[in-house]
Design a protein around this ligand. Structure first.
Ligand code: ZN
Length: 309
């Protein structure tokens, strides 16, 4: 009896799964179904793709992007995607297990690893410590989208990938990208001018998300609150960090929204640095509505922190 019930249940599941797996991909004529691992890549895809793409982001903004759980709804988006766009390196340790759950697709999704074509920072092999966890920036720092100049190669790769899947729209993708780059260039002029008075200023970060951003605008990151990416500090490490911050007269502590508030406040109070709560991703703050808006917000928050507003 039990076996018969189990058999029926399995048969039902198999039929449902077969129907699911052989469902036609969603890109037959309509907008291209694209899955991005982050809201930043989603925002950039929408800049170049406009109405010709329908993009879903796997990692919600404002949450540690390295430790997300892929929900069933997002797995369904992966199942139907024509293209998967990701940050690459060890940024998304949760993606490979999620992809392994996709079976029986007739056409595997195209894959775009945006880290190719980026001049990566912190690639020295001394940082490869896989025993410490999966996301240790072991192949270089993965937070490269926070240098607005990197939006140029990222969107170029997106236009190429989208154009391969929908060649009839390639010219449209190219002209949308050109419009985006005009706004980006205007932004770069604005951001560089706003941060010019603080070139060379020393900052401390919680997680090492900011070397690309800091490099672009001439800020000097002297230490991170996490001794190794993703690892919380010990009391002894904190004590030495705080004395180094006082000695170096660090004025600003950069924290992501998901950093521990008590830890951030403790470091700021004990060191005398001001807290700049920066958004690491589009949507992590209501004001960071799109890519240019994200950098606008972060520059404004930093200027406020440096100037004591
Ligand atoms: Zn990271």
């Amino acid at each position: 009896m039990l076996r018969a019930l189990l058999g029926a249940a399995l048969a039902f599941w198999a039929a449902a799964a077969a129907a699911w797996w052989t469902a036609a991909p969603a890109w037959g004529g309509g907008p291209l179904a694209v899955v991005a691992t982050s809201t930043d890549l989603k925002a950039l895809l929408e800049e170049v793709g406009g109405e010709r793409v329908r993009v879903e982001a796997l990692a919600p903004p404002g949450q540690d992007p390295h430790t997300i759980e892929v929900t069933p709804g997002r797995l369904a988006a992966l199942q139907g995607a024509a293209l998967i766009v990701r940050v690459g390196l060890d940024h998304e340790p949760w993606l490979a297990p999620a992809l392994r759950t996709l079976r029986g697709r007739r056409v595997p999704p195209a894959d775009l690893d945006c880290s190719r074509g980026i001049a990566l920072l912190q690639t020295e092999t001394a940082r490869v410590r896989p025993e410490r966890g999966e996301h240790v920036h072991g192949f270089g720092n993965t937070h490269y989208w926070l240098d607005p100049e990197n939006a140029r190669p990222i969107t170029a790769a997106m236009v190429a990938a989208l154009g391969r899947l929908a060649p009839e729209n390639r010219t449209g993708f190219e002209s949308r990208r050109a419009e985006f780059l005009k706004r980006l260039d205007a932004g770069l002029t604005r951001w560089s001018a706003a941060l010019a008075p603080y070139r060379g200023a020393k900052v401390v970060v919680v997680h090492e998300s900011w070397p690309y951003f800091a490099g672009r605008f001439g800020l000097q990151i002297v230490a991170a609150v996490e001794p190794t990416p993703g690892v919380p500090p010990s009391p002894a490490y904190l004590a030495s960090l705080i004395s180094r911050m006082k000695q170096a007269q660090v004025r600003v502590l950069i924290a992501e929204p998901y950093a521990s508030a008590s830890l951030v406040e403790q470091v700021a109070t004990r060191s005398g640095a001001r807290i700049a709560r920066l958004a690491p991703s589009v949507g992590a703050d209501p004001e960071a509505r799109d890519y240019v808006g994200l950098i606008d917000l972060d520059v404004k928050r930093l200027v406020d922190a440096f100037s004591g507003r």
